[in-house]
Write a protein that binds this ligand. Structure first.
Ligand code: NAP
Length: 475
């Protein structure tokens, strides 16, 4: 763990291991931090706060810019580690490292644009100023599926704003977190400004961190279920929260869309991190006039995806993260088939050489999916696409909105006006129109409804770590 600028063991010496989900190989041991370590990390961040906040924006930006350069220099090593620890195919791991580095650069630049305001006063001998100031100690709790970029998406804006931070990464991917923090250390982050607590006990450590009186801001990325618990706990102390939670993205194919282009998009989107991304489509809603051609191409594309160890050339589908993920897929398939869905391809765990030691699921397409099925409502975190056909009498926007989630949505059409109207009617934070990647460090990322609160990236990302202070000045 990294606390107060030094790498340390857990106070009680405990450790846990990180394993490769493709092979079961143990990759290494890391400290298993407990509540005492968590408290120390917060205290270190608190002790470092005033000096870090007092640095000029240019000084803070220079550190983040150096970290950006170092991360890109180490891109290949980081990608190799990520593929071994998290499982995503190497090409996608390289893309994630670049995306992660983008946040360091973006927020190095934004640090210099934390503008305040002067506000006219009704009194002639009076002035108002509004300043933006760092909130204080921030806490970042992150998931395993994007094990480096979810860290920099929080550390970048926190440090740029002048906050110090404690990071609690997912227990499946501590090695990626350690390498990320080493980069920040080398880039010149002063002791205590970034602290890392690795732990296999998220409940005890999480509760210590979330309820610590010195933590003034909590940024969480993970499941809606855990996000709600943390937000409720934070509410007891009125601490600012950002919540980046689960999704259930609709993928709407309108009657005038090119079904082949749409099917290629749906297959590519589902292969993103082997279906383990919060923005992957979870319900494909395709108009009956194009459903046959769309489904045929989708099935072809999914069936020919190569599943395997992400380090092997040509592999586009890596392993799922653990046995629980396999069990969830099996439960959703069994339920859907029992209620009348058809498995058009895949539908089971992969077995045999190269698969038996890992958690591999065959790329799957289910057709004839209906609202009674679990998969219609529950987030699917794997390479499985449920297809739902709709007709002229159906209100497809209402169907797309029929979910508690509101993160990403996708629309395929050639009609510009229809595209805009449909996008405007969708209750989601991000909409791709003939586009499966409406994300970048430069645009706000986040959801509505049960998908979260606040935005990361973009100009808005840094505001999550700033308070507004008004100064009234009588002259
Ligand atoms: P998760 O189980 O909610 O875990 C997320 C983080 O919370 C991990 O670090 C976890 O630690 C920790 N945690 C678990 N229980 C906790 C508690 N009681 N108190 C404090 N911390 C606790 O989610 P996940 O399975 O890692 O990630 C997948 C989910 O993340 C999906 O729902 C996905 O949609 C969502 N996600 C959302 C976004 C977004 O930007 N909206 C991005 C990526 C992922 P342990 O690892 O030790 O359990």
């Amino acid at each position: 763990m990294f606390i107060e600028g030094t790498w340390r063991a857990a106070t009680d010496g405990a450790e846990f291991t990180s394993t490769n989900p493709a092979t079961g190989e143990v990759l290494g041991s890391v400290p298993d931090g407990g509540p005492v370590d968590a408290s120390r990390a917060v205290e270190a961040a608190h002790a470092a706060f005033r000096d870090w906040a007092a640095k000029t924006a240019y000084e803070r930006a220079a550190v983040l810019q150096s970290a950006h350069v170092l991360m890109l220099e180490r891109r290949e090593d980081l990608a190799q580690l990520m593929t071994r620890e998290q499982g995503k195919p190497l090409r996608m791991a390289r893309t994630e490292v670049t995306y992660a580095a983008d946040f360091l650069q973006w927020f190095a630049e934004e640090a210099k644009r934390v503008y305040g305001e002067t506000i006219p006063s009704a009194r002639a001998n009076h002035r108002f100023l509004a300043l933006k100031q760092p909130i204080g100690v921030a806490l970042a709790i992150t998931p395993w599926n994007y094990p480096i970029s979810m860290l920099t998406r929080k550390i970048g804006p926190a440090l740029a704003a002048g906050c110090t931070i404690v990071v609690k990464p997912a227990e499946q991917t501590p090695l990626c977190a350690i390498e990320t923090v080493k980069i920040l250390e080398e880039a010149g982050v002063p002791p205590g400004v970034v602290n890392l607590v690795t732990s296999s006990d998220p409940v005890a450590v999480g509760d210590t961190l979330v309820s610590h009186p010195l933590v003034r801001k909590i940024s969480f990325t993970g499941s809606t279920e855990v996000g709600r618990l943390i937000a409720a706990r934070a509410g007891e102390r009125l601490v600012r929260v950002s919540m980046e939670l689960g999704g259930h993205a609709p993928f709407v194919v309108l009657p005038d869309a090119d079904p082949v282009h749409a099917a290629k998009g749906a297959a590519a989107l589902k292969s993103l991190n082997s279906g383990q991304a919060c923005i992957c489509e979870n319900r494909v809603l395709v108009h009956e006039s194009v459903a046959e051609e769309f489904t045929q191409v989708l099935v072809q594309r999914m069936a020919r995806m190569a599943a395997g160890d992400g380090r092997t050339d040509g592999v586009t589908i890596g392993p799922l993260i653990d046995q629980a993920a396999i069990d969830k897929m099996q439960r959703q398939v069994d339920d859907a088939v029992a209620k009348g869905a058809t498995v058009a391809t895949g539908g089971q765990r992969l077995a045999g050489e190269g698969y038996d030691d890992g958690f591999f699921w065959a790329p799957t397409v289910l057709t004839g999916v209906t609202p009674e099925m679990l998969i219609y409502r529950e987030e699917t975190f794997g390479p499985m696409v449920p297809v739902i056909t709709y007709g002229d009498d159906d209100d497809v926007v209402a169907m797309a909105n029929d979910t508690d989630y509101g993160l990403a949505a996708y629309v395929y059409t050639k009609d510009l006006a229809l595209a805009v109207r449909t996008a405007e009617g969708l209750d989601f934070g991000m909409v791709g129109i003939n586009d499966i990647n409406p994300t970048s460090a430069a645009v706000p990322f986040g959801g509505v409804k049960q998908s979260g609160l606040g935005r990361e990236g973009a100009r808005e990302g840094i505001l999550e770590y700033l308070d507004t202070k008004v100064i009234g000045l009588s002259m």
